[in-house]
Design a protein around this ligand. Structure first.
Ligand SMILES: [Fe+2]
Length: 287
């Protein structure tokens, strides 16, 4: 569990003033796996830049950025006592995967101020206390957020008006709707405005109401938003083959006869507002 207050890096000269910000929560590329829909992902990144239309973009990942390796493969590799050159070859592949993710972000969404990297099921452990997500975080000067994080985004108009949006993040678990998972989690947390998870590629969102009373005897409500951040691994690809390229073979989705899911990602507008009744930050999830 990590908790960070996001402070925009000085080099980007972007402060979260009282202006609209586009949040891009992205993950589940499984880059390097059979079925990563690269062209679709590039279009998504371009669309985020177009949608922002000059507004600041904050990007945070929700895990499974690369396919290598699955949890069971990591366990097997750790116990395999591999020959040094074999291990070195694996590390090279992991580093190439990282370079590819860096290239995607730098080429197609260079405007993004990257907040942090959550780890999911799929990542490479380099055996030196780093993994693919922590190295990506290091590269971008972002935070490595481990398995679960709460990110505070502080919007400040002046010394009298400031609002904090609290975002709960996890890669996710299971095969069911992300909303069902997040509803259970949201029931356990107070004060969070937005719950996000990836893992299952379902693109869904839901608005939940929260009633509360004040010590002055007033009754209020506020909204909490839940969303699945989508995914980019095609379950079924035409002419997919085994590693050697000899025989037709699908990835684990096809092999396990899992239901195909529509692929895609989400983006979220965070819009600060202020009027005679108060101030806040409106959260709009765009599917
Ligand atoms: Fe996953």
């Amino acid at each position: 569990m990590e908790l960070i207050d996001f402070v925009p890096r000085q080099t980007l000269r972007r402060e979260l003033g009282w202006q609209d910000v586009l949040l891009v929560p992205t993950g589940d590329l499984q880059l390097g796996g059979i079925g990563f829909w690269k062209t679709g992902y590039i279009e998504y990144l371009k669309d985020c830049v177009k949608t922002a239309n000059g507004a600041p973009i904050l990007l945070v990942t929700t895990g499974d950025m690369v396919d290598r390796n699955s949890p069971s493969n990591r366990r097997k590799i750790a116990n395999a006592e591999l020959y040094d050159s074999v291990r070195a070859g694996q590390i090279t592949i992991g580093e190439q995967d990282i370079e590819e993710v860096i290239d995607l972000f730098q080429t197609y969404i260079p405007e993004a101020d990257i907040i942090g990297f959550i780890s999911g099921h799929h990542y490479m452990d380099f055996g030196d206390g780093t993994n693919t997500d922590s190295r990506l975080a290091d590269h971008f000067g972002a935070s490595y957020l481990g398995d679960c994080a709460v990110v505070h985004l502080n919007f400040k108009q002046d010394d009298h008006t400031s609002k904090t949006v609290k975002i709960w993040l996890h890669h996710g678990q299971g095969t069911a709707s992300p909303i069902k998972k997040l509803e259970k989690i949201a029931a356990e947390w107070d004060g969070i405005d937005l719950f996000l998870m990836g893992h299952t590629p379902h693109i869904e969102t839901k608005v939940k109401g929260r009633m509360y009373t004040t010590t002055q005897g007033n009754l209020h409500h506020r909204t909490v938003k839940l969303a699945g951040t989508g995914g980019w691994l095609r379950g079924y690809t035409l002419n997919s083959s085994d590693v050697e390229g000899n025989l037709p073979k699908g990835n684990y989705v096809e092999e396990a006869m899992m239901a195909p899911c529509p692929l895609g990602g989400i983006k979220i507008w965070l819009r600060p507002w202020k009027n005679q009744h108060g101030a806040g930050v409106k959260i709009e999830v765009v599917l």
